[in-house]
Design a protein around this ligand. Structure first.
Ligand SMILES: Cc1cc2nc3c(=O)[nH]c(=O)nc-3n(C[C@H](O)[C@H](O)[C@H](O)COP(=O)(O)O)c2cc1C
Length: 173
């Protein structure tokens, strides 16, 4: 039986592929670093635990991301895991607004200097351990140097292109 080239194995329909990826529920993070005295960062859902010992995490950033270029220069970054109070921050950091992204954001410098947000559900500070090519993205491996947990607010959740709140759905939060 002949198949349309569009649906040959390994040639997934792009729109279906995007929708399928969007059906995977994720948390939302803002990945930051410090360039001189200038904070930079971007919204990232492609974050994952990788290893407990040594403590490693990974994030995947588009090759065109300015934040990616900055992290490869500085060699360190922080992952701010957002709470459900921070959807406006997630939206703002998903743009190319440059330094203006941090206007009015309350943050401190973590041990490695990268901005860690007050009210983030948790923060993870990393040295850039390695990076790998992944198509139009790069996979950054972070060696975790410090972590904090705020934890009194439910996490911000992203599903099918929308931010969702799950307050009340999780026991103990
Ligand atoms: C919910 C959400 C999740 C996102 N996740 C990622 C991601 O995992 N990796 C990525 O490269 N971009 C992701 N983006 C898009 C970037 O935030 C966006 O392209 C941003 O403008 C890049 O900024 P920069 O060039 O200053 O780094 C996401 C956007 C949103 C709204």
């Amino acid at each position: 039986m002949s198949q349309s080239p569009k649906y040959m194995p390994g040639s997934v329909d792009p729109a279906t592929y995007r929708k399928a990826l969007g059906s995977f529920v994720t948390g939302v993070t803002v990945v930051t670093t410090l360039v001189g005295e200038a904070p930079v960062g971007t919204t990232v859902s492609a974050f994952s635990a990788l290893s407990l010992s040594p403590p490693l995490i990974l994030v995947s950033l588009a090759r065109k991301s300015e934040t990616l270029a900055h992290i490869k220069r500085t060699g360190f970054f922080a992952v701010n895991i957002l709470s459900d109070r921070q959807s406006e921050i997630a939206t703002r950091f998903a743009t190319n607004a440059g330094a203006g992204k941090f206007d009015g954001i309350v943050y401190e410098h973590g041990q490695n200097g990268a901005p860690v947000f007050s009210e983030a559900g948790a923060t993870i500070e990393c040295d850039l351990e390695d990076s790998f090519s992944g198509g139009d993205h790069e996979i950054l491996i972070g060696l975790v140097r410090n972590a904090t947990i705020e934890g009194s607010h439910p996490p911000l959740v992203y599903f099918r292109g929308k931010f969702e709140e799950i307050a009340g759905a999780l026991p103990g939060i």
